[in-house]
Ligand binder design. Structure first.
Ligand SMILES: [Zn+2]
Length: 436
């Protein structure tokens, strides 16, 4: 067995030890990444590389301090464009089993997000789900969104492959199947529980390699008047705000409306509605129903995307140049702050923080410490760059002069929570070097 194959297995073994949920024997020994030969949505070959973030560790593969000197598994992280349908996707796929069976992001850890999902569930359940109807959430995480449904006359079912999360969902009394959603699973659910009036998938499609299988499953499970409501981070926001740190191994796809329409239409789903929300740096909520084509509302989005050149390789040349410029400016800024004797602490250890720090090569010399409010991450090290992750209470000892908001998408919440630090003169800096 090659080193490339054994190392990820070891890393995985450690993570599972922490989660204490799954025996390693359930995993395939082949944990190397593989290169995708053709577009995930339309099957066209000859994808064009538009951004290369180098070899990176999986962004959520936090490191135990005792393993700090062991080599980490790293995989190529690059974005490619299909000029045929406008789909932007990773060039290399890391096996999902490696990334998602033990997942360290819990929906309920952010109140703001929990409110957002609660609104989604309640508004759509009102519109689409009759009394006794079934609501299925793909990627139900710890059950937060489903448990927010206030109606008591509907049936709920969560589907999420992360088994450590399932334990939490059980504590919320949300029935959850610990599997990846697929056509065979959809068929089984339809057989046992009947068809679903509403299928929800938030920040899930971008994680799935085989989108055809998922769409076939949705088509199979959805009732004739039902709605498939899904949210994905919007590609245009990623470009407009140079959010290159939202590119990581778990995110296989970066959606614009045009490739989504292609995908849905190929599977007998009609794109009805698109709404935009300032979540995760810019998210679209799409509603699809059984049928073909798309609504006039969707046509407006397609026109805007055409105008913005979202399927045009030159648009991405500018994006890549801006990412490279940010790398230079961020390290220059941190070097300068260090020279001034100012203490900088990273705020939040999200996956995007891992990507930013690794791409920009921000070592512990430039950023020695990071804090994060998620207990499961505390005491571990950031993958690749190895900043120790402390609980927020450590800020009292760390006495930062500047907080670098690695979790910049939660900036309003962070500013509200740390108003006292701000009042005492601590500066708040985003990784794109905006002072807040
Ligand atoms: Zn394509």
């Amino acid at each position: 067995m090659s080193t490339e194959q054994t190392l990820p297995q070891q890393a995985l073994s450690e993570r599972l030890e922490r989660a204490q949920v799954i025996p390693l024997s359930e995993f395939s020994p082949d944990t190397a990444s593989w290169e995708r030969p053709a577009c995930r949505v339309c099957g066209t070959g000859g994808l064009i590389e538009i951004l290369n973030l180098g070899e990176q560790p999986p962004a959520n593969a936090f490191v135990l301090p005792k393993d700090a000197n062991n080599p980490e598994a790293k995989y190529p992280l690059s974005l490619r464009l299909c000029e045929s349908c406008g789909m932007v996707q990773l060039g290399h796929v890391v096996p999902a089993e490696l990334l998602f069976r033990s997942y360290l992001f819990f929906t309920s850890s952010s109140k703001w997000m929990a409110d957002h999902f609660s609104n989604l569930m309640n508004e759509n359940a009102e519109q689409y789900v009759p009394a006794g109807g079934l609501v299925v959430e793909i990627g139900s995480n710890d059950g937060t969104a489903l448990s927010a449904i206030r109606r008591r006359d509907v049936r709920l079912l969560g589907i999420d492959p992360a088994r450590n999360i399932q334990v939490l969902a059980a504590s919320r009394a949300i029935p959850t199947i610990a599997e990846f959603f697929s056509e065979p699973l959809a068929e089984e659910v339809a057989r046992v529980a009947g068809q679903a009036s509403m299928i929800v998938a938030c920040n899930v499609l971008g994680h799935i390699d085989n989108l055809d299988d998922v769409c076939r499953g949705v088509r199979r499970l959805l009732s004739p008047a039902g709605a498939f409501v899904f949210e994905v981070p919007y590609l245009k926001n990623l470009l407009d705000k140079t959010e290159y740190d939202t590119v990581y191994h778990e995110h296989l796809s970066y959606f614009a409306v045009r490739p989504l329409v292609t995908l849905m239409n190929r599977h007998g789903l009609r794109m009805e509605r698109i709404q935009s929300f300032p979540v995760h740096g810019g998210t679209i909520r799409c509603t699809a129903k059984l049928g073909s084509g798309f609504s006039d509302d969707v046509q407006t989005w397609l026109d805007q995307e055409e105008k913005a050149g979202l399927a045009d390789r030159f648009t991405y040349g500018v994006f890549a140049a801006l990412a490279s410029k940010n790398r230079h400016e961020l390290t220059t800024k941190l070097t300068e702050l260090k020279r001034q004797g100012l203490k900088v602490v990273g705020y939040g250890a999200p996956a995007k923080g891992t990507v930013r720090l690794n791409y920009c090569k921000v070592t512990t010399a430039l950023l020695p410490d990071v804090i994060d409010s998620t207990p499961a991450k505390q005491g571990l090290l950031i993958p690749g760059t190895h900043q120790p992750i402390h609980p927020p209470s450590a800020l009292a000892d760390l006495k930062p002069d500047v907080l670098l908001l690695l979790a910049w998408n939660h900036a309003p919440e962070i500013l509200a929570r740390e108003a006292e630090l701000k009042a005492r003169g601590c500066r708040f800096l985003t990784p794109n070097l905006e002072e807040l």
